[in-house]
Design a protein around this ligand. Structure first.
Ligand code: NAD
Length: 256
């Protein structure tokens, strides 16, 4: 019996085969999960995500800009019509205007700050509220954060502030949804080469430094994200909520 046989999940954040959400989806599908996908509106992302996910034969691949309540309502309505209830959600979404990551945090514009917060943080609240409504037996929601939300990582700027807010949102959502048996957790992933990380200034430097300093002497691997997802989204973590799991080869515990 596979770990996720009979379980249904909704995935936000697959852009391509390097996406963290895709690493998690691959592991979940291999364990028997039925997955519904969302992608950014637009022809090219629809085509890319449909082509990538077709090996999982999803019933639903839906366009969704998390800044649009109408899109979110539409996605959750279709998911409820198709499956009735779901068991888990992957929230693997972030965005900051690239120019905000190329100048000091001190220079962040009001507009850039609000945009980054809306897409990278408020979206978790908006998704969790709608997800909990179709998790009558309880469920698990996982988001992805980074150590730049705990400590200053030069160049990570407004995204670091977003991750701090995201991690504390995880705790407040865990409290609000706990009595409904809906768990909310985050994975704090070490730096990985993806579409999003390409926009972070000094990213390669961060990766080299992380590999050198971490306990395991290397960076985290794609398939390890999948395994951590299986743990937090499934029954093995039934008693865990409001937690930030550091998946960083031990980087964050070293004081050097
Ligand atoms: P990615 O570019 O593959 O994923 C980011 C996703 O966000 C994309 O699918 C994109 O379509 C989606 N997105 C952006 N704006 C959106 C909007 N308005 N509506 C809906 N979706 C939107 O990159 P990734 O590295 O896999 O990022 C996933 C998550 O992991 C992000 O939260 C990121 O901050 C976090 N993270 C990444 C790293 C890393 O080093 N790559 C490390 C720690 C945490």
């Amino acid at each position: 019996m596979r770990l996720f046989e009979g379980k249904v999940g909704l995935v936000f954040g697959v852009a391509n085969d390097r996406s963290i959400a895709w690493a998690m989806s691959q592991a979940l599908r291999a364990e028997g999960a039925e997955l519904a996908y969302t992608h950014l509106p637009g022809e090219s992302s629809a085509r890319r995500v449909r082509r990538l996910t077709e090996e999982h034969a999803p019933k639903l691949v839906l366009a969704c800009d998390v800044q649009q309540d109408r899109d979110l309502d539409g996605v959750f309505r279709r998911v409820a019509e198709t499956y009735g209830a779901i068991d888990f959600v992957i929230h693997s979404i972030a965005f900051a205007p690239p120019q905000e990551l190329r100048k000091p945090y001190l220079e962040t514009s009001r507009e850039g700050w609000h945009l980054a917060m809306d897409i990278s943080v408020y979206s978790l609240v908006a998704v969790a509220r709608r997800a909990a409504a179709i998790m009558p037996q309880g469920g698990s929601i996982v988001t992805i954060t980074y150590f730049g939300g705990e400590k200053v990582m030069p160049g990570y700027n407004v995204m670091g502030v977003c991750k701090a807010a995201l991690e504390h949102s995880v705790r407040y959502l865990a409290w609000d949804l706990g009595r409904k048996a809906v768990r909310v957790n985050a994975i704090s992933a070490g730096p990985m080469r993806t579409l999003s990380s390409a926009g972070v200034a000094r990213f390669d430097e961060m990766r080299e430094h992380a590999a050198r300093k971490s306990c395991l002497g290397r960076n985290v691997e794609f398939r390890e994200l999948g395994k951590a997802g299986l743990y937090l989204l499934g029954e093995m973590s039934d008693g865990v909520t409001g937690e930030v799991l550091h998946l960083d080869c031990g980087y964050s515990i070293v004081g050097l």
